[in-house]
Design a protein around this ligand. Structure first.
Ligand SMILES: [Zn+2]
Length: 262
């Protein structure tokens, strides 16, 4: 395998499966035209895994994570752990997720969210795969799980991180990665930008979270992977690096964490 091209950013979190099929291809092409070099599509439930895998197999620069989102934790049923294990054998499945806790929306009961989170993390540790984590209004409970002995070797991307400095410090100390979305371009999002100075260069990822959270100047429009360019540009402005340096560094981080993509 030749070394990956890191001259442009990698969108480490885009829900392309939520777009109509013809729009998915257009969104990829538009991003490639702006120099975007790779895409990770996170599943939100197991029922869409096969479709996402088939999509990834048509595109050498697209990978996925497979798992069940906290919103859909109630859909997790007996045997889903085994089902997920066999889906993860696919070379295009580079992580477990999107998984996590969301006590803001509470779409699934909290106890169910916690149980489904633990089951997926245990599988990730066993298989040596990283997890893609969603965490909203659940810092304390998330840290309790993170500190469990069973997850000592967990590798994780806390995507769209907005959990504050204390949370960031503990996640960084545990070797985890944090993902930045278009929120870093929002005028009022100082709570997201405040983490940038304490984040080691080797732990930072960029992502759009398509179709949500479009960055300035596209705010209010549906988000697309092409807009990861504005996110990497803003990150460069914040750190004092060049755009090219941010692309190289976050790209190296991507392939270090998501080893199966390398
Ligand atoms: Zn997501």
């Amino acid at each position: 395998m030749s070394a990956p091209d890191l001259s442009g950013p990698i969108d480490s979190h885009c829900h392309l499966q939520s777009l109509p099929p013809e729009e998915r291809e257009r969104a990829l092409d538009a991003a490639r035209e702006r120099g975007v070099k790779g895409f990770l599509v996170p599943a939100i439930k197991l029922d869409e895994a096969e479709e996402i895998l088939a999509f990834c197999h048509r595109h050498p620069d697209v990978w996925c994570s497979l798992g069940t989102h906290p919103h859909d934790a109630s859909s997790w049923k007996e045997g889903d752990g085994e089902r997920l294990r066999s889906l993860l054998a696919d070379p295009k499945a580079v992580a477990v997720g999107e998984c996590g806790l969301d006590f803001y929306y509470d779409h699934s009961p909290r106890e169910t969210q916690l149980q489904v989170l633990r089951e997926q993390w245990a599988l990730a540790v066993e298989l040596g795969l990283p997890v893609v984590v969603h965490n909203r209004d659940s810092n304390e409970e998330m840290l309790e799980v993170v500190r469990e002995e069973a997850f000592r070797d967990l590798q994780a991307d806390f995507h769209s991180f907005a959990g504050g400095l204390d949370m960031a410090r503990e996640l960084i100390a545990r070797g985890f990665y944090l993902g930045f979305t278009g929120m870093i371009t929002f005028p009022k999002a100082d709570n997201v930008r405040e983490v940038i100075p304490i984040l080691p260069p080797g732990r930072c990822l960029v992502e759009t979270d398509t179709p949500y959270l479009a960055p300035v100047p596209h705010r209010g429009k549906p988000n697309r992977p092409a807009f990861v360019v504005e996110i990497a540009e803003r990150l460069a402005r914040e750190t004092g690096e060049t755009y090219e340096q941010v692309c190289r560094r976050t790209g190296e981080n991507f392939f270090r964490l998501f080893k199966k993509a390398g």
